[in-house]
Write a protein that binds this ligand. Structure first.
Ligand code: TYD
Length: 211
């Protein structure tokens, strides 16, 4: 099963994914936990460019670097894992490109972006996407204090530094994308406790695994 988790910064994706990874292992399933951008040998290089606030990337350059990151990530990590029959848990995927580069940057045509995503992901689509929905003010506060604690405010803050309006557009973008694919994308209230979120996520995943 290929599961992605999406949402704005600070919505709790990493916490949920770490617990889900543990749960999958407890079920005796072979699982890989991965993320975008920044997995694999090329991803690490691209991540340091994509998230660095000192970089002056054009909108097109930003888009193509995210897509390059995805193409290599799918080819080297995601597709081989799915071919082996492993479960894949991925922090962000194609929906982030639609939300950030499409609706956040307000520049690219949605149909065209979907085609780009399709090429970069080798036409592999998530079986299930968990969308963590949260008020951007609250979520950004969480993301900023996490970054300060981890000492990555300077190195990885390019998106956190964007305006609150930008993050509101992303949130609305994700909600819109979820409405278009209600079977695949399940939206959660990310202000719930981590334990409640995990319980909800597990009940949905268990039902899909049985079905
Ligand atoms: P990251 O530090 O991984 O943030 P988070 O922990 O919130 O996921 O940063 C990833 C950033 O990259 C995030 O701000 C969203 C952005 N992004 C895009 O703009 N487009 C994409 O296709 C992807 C995968 C991420």
């Amino acid at each position: 099963m290929f599961i992605t988790v999406e949402g704005i910064e600070g919505s709790g994706k990493t916490t949920l994914l770490t617990s889900l990874d543990l749960w999958f292992q407890q079920q005796g399933r072979k699982t890989i936990l991965t993320r975008e951008p920044g997995s694999g040998y090329l991803g690490k290089k691209l991540r340091s460019i994509l998230l660095n606030p000192q970089e002056q990337l054009s909108r097109e350059a930003e888009l193509f670097l995210f897509l390059a990151d995805r193409a290599q990530h799918v080819a080297d990590i995601i597709r081989p894992a799915l071919d082996r029959g492993d479960d894949v848990l991925c922090d962000r995927f194609t929906d982030s490109t639609l939300a950030y580069q499409g609706l956040g940057r307000q520049f690219f045509n949605e149909q065209w972006l979907r085609q780009c995503n399709n090429i970069a992901s080798l036409a592999i689509r998530p079986d299930l996407t968990l969308l963590l929905d949260m008020d951007p003010g609250q979520a950004l506060e969480r993301a900023r204090s996490r970054n300060m604690r981890a000492g990555i405010a300077e190195a990885e803050g390019r998106f956190e530094a964007e305006s609150i309006e930008f993050h509101r557009r992303i949130r609305e973008g994700f909600r819109k994308i979820a409405q278009m694919e209600p079977e695949r994308i399940i939206m959660f209230d990310a202000s719930l406790s981590p334990q409640d979120l995990l319980t909800l996520a597990i009940s949905i995943i268990s039902a899909r695994l049985k079905g």
